[in-house]
Design a protein around this ligand. Structure first.
Ligand SMILES: Cc1ncc(COP(=O)(O)O)c(C=O)c1O
Length: 391
């Protein structure tokens, strides 16, 4: 129940234990086509260039930057947590100039600040931001930010590592040009793969580059020789066969549940957790309208030692939660409810374990109130569902 990796669905682990076949075996090639189709489903896109990069989310980030950014470019990077800082690093290593749009950690990216930066830098060609900031639990308004980027003739790169499968992403409807994610969060798969998708405008930019993509491994022109359509597939690198079995199974699971149902499940479990935590007197870092259901950043109450609580959760209950990073280090806990781990059993277990540990530290709380509040939240959610079903 940390910020990822989250628990892996047993069906995914089982799929990964199947025999390893060749990366050009016809059966495997068929599975690659299915994977691409299911990733299009998850990202809500018809982009032909949709595939999993054979490396973790950071490689998806790097794929977006090294392919779309050229030396001498100006890139507007919005930062409201750890991962915007990584984007800046990527821009610099591409020989380009980052212009930073900074927001306080725990707040979403401010669209007005992006608009101002684009007005001040008409030479900018790219805008990059994180939809779901894992370091704070804040969600930014991707639709609005992409629309602003396009109005200023920029392409938009969007990080959805923590978002995909947990919260809505409309790649086509919002016009995202380059989107990347990770397998280890709301997709309930193991770490190590990075689904990506690129629009036609992004492909046109890549085709018209003046310089070679500086990374051989992540050059999409070359990667497409393996992942492209039809029988022309050629060796590029030895694909992580068993990891891809796992991702395939996790996407089958997502389709079986239905994307909207997965989003609703993440929200329902978040609401129960939220009501339980608030009944204990705990408070959230992020304002309600910008909170990610899959990443709950909670303030450590006065007089409580945050590291002691985390280590008691781990040693006594086998529950991992995350610590704060950067300016939030020592001040918050990050509780993940991602993918397979987003379920009522985890919510109840975490609430009762946390209650016992906090009480042992002398923190005054009404005993039993947290679990009662979570139960009431689930009951009212079920009532709402019944009312909706009855029209
Ligand atoms: C928002 C965000 N971007 C990028 C990454 C990097 O992904 P990975 O650790 O899989 O390389 C993470 C990882 O937690 C993340 O949360």
């Amino acid at each position: 129940m940390g910020p990822g990796p989250s628990d892996v669905d047993p069906r995914v682990l089982e799929a990964m234990a199947r025999p390893t076949i060749g990366h050009l075996d016809p059966l495997f090639v068929d599975m690659m086509d299915e994977l691409k189709g299911m990733l299009q489903y998850a990202f809500r896109t018809r982009n032909a260039l949709t595939l999993p990069i054979s490396a973790p989310g950071s490689a998806g980030m790097e794929t977006a930057f090294v392919n779309l950014v050229e030396p001498g470019d100006t890139v507007i990077v919005c930062q409201n947590g750890v991962f915007g800082g990584r984007m800046k690093e990527n821009v610099e290593r591409c020989g380009a100039t980052p212009v930073m749009v900074e927001d306080e950690w725990g707040k979403p990216v401010d669209p007005q600040k992006l608009e101002d930066a684009l007005k001040a830098h008409p030479e900018a060609r790219t805008v990059a931001f994180v939809q779901a900031e894992t370091s704070t639990g804040a969600e930014s308004d991707t639709r609005t930010l992409v629309e602003i980027a396009h109005r200023h003739d920029c392409l938009a790169i969007v990080d959805t590592v923590t978002a995909l499968g947990g919260t809505p992403i409309e790649t086509d409807a919002w016009g995202i040009d380059a989107v990347y994610s990770g397998s280890q969060k709301c997709l309930s798969c193991t770490p190590g793969l990075s689904p990506v998708s690129f629009s036609e405008a992004a492909i046109a930019r890549i085709r018209n580059r003046k310089t070679k993509v500086q990374s051989w491994f992540l050059d999409l022109n070359l990667v497409m020789g393996y992942w492209g359509e039809g029988a022309k597939r050629a060796y590029h690198h030895t694909a992580p066969i068993n990891a891809l079995y796992g991702l395939h199974e996790s996407l089958v699971l997502l389709q079986e549940e239905g994307l909207e149902n997965a989003w609703a499940r993440h929200r329902r479990n978040h609401e129960a957790l939220r009501d339980g935590l608030e009944a204990m007197g705990l408070s959230f870092v992020v304002a309600p309208e910008h909170r990610l259901p899959q990443l709950n950043a909670v303030r450590v109450p006065e007089g409580v030692d945050e590291a002691t609580v985390r280590s008691a959760l781990l040693s006594d209950y086998s529950i991992e939660i995350g610590a704060g990073l950067g300016p939030l280090a020592g001040r918050i806990w990050r509780i993940g409810l991602m993918g397979y781990a987003s379920n009522p059993r985890n919510v109840y277990l975490l609430l009762s374990a946390l209650e016992a540990i906090l009480a042992a530290q002398g923190y005054a709380l009404p005993r039993g109130a947290a679990v009662d509040a979570a139960r009431a939240a689930y009951a009212s959610g079920n009532e709402n569902l019944k009312t909706a079903a009855n029209g």
